[in-house]
Ligand binder design. Structure first.
Ligand SMILES: [Zn+2]
Length: 81
């Protein structure tokens, strides 16, 4: 795809997007986990790119709880290496 490999620290949605990573979005209420490409989260707006990984953040919708919840974002994919 021609993107340059990012070698810095991946600790926010923005840097995860630069590293072309997928994020696990873990609900702190029920434990349900969903996966999203970091760039798709960042597309929601500038503030979303600043969200930290590995810390509680709110504003994500959980399909199990059927409401907006606190979540932990973790970089996982891409699964194809
Ligand atoms: Zn939930």
């Amino acid at each position: 795809m021609g993107f340059k490999k990012y070698r810095g620290t991946v600790d926010t949605v923005e840097t995860a997007r630069m590293a072309h990573r997928v994020l696990d979005i873990g609900c702190m209420r029920c434990g349900h986990t969903a996966s999203r490409w970091a760039y798709k989260i960042e597309q929601r707006g500038a503030l979303w790119g600043q969200l930290p990984l590995g810390k509680p953040v709110r504003g994500f919708y959980c399909n199990e709880c059927r409401c907006r919840v606190w979540v932990i974002l973790m970089a996982t994919g891409p699964w194809d290496g």
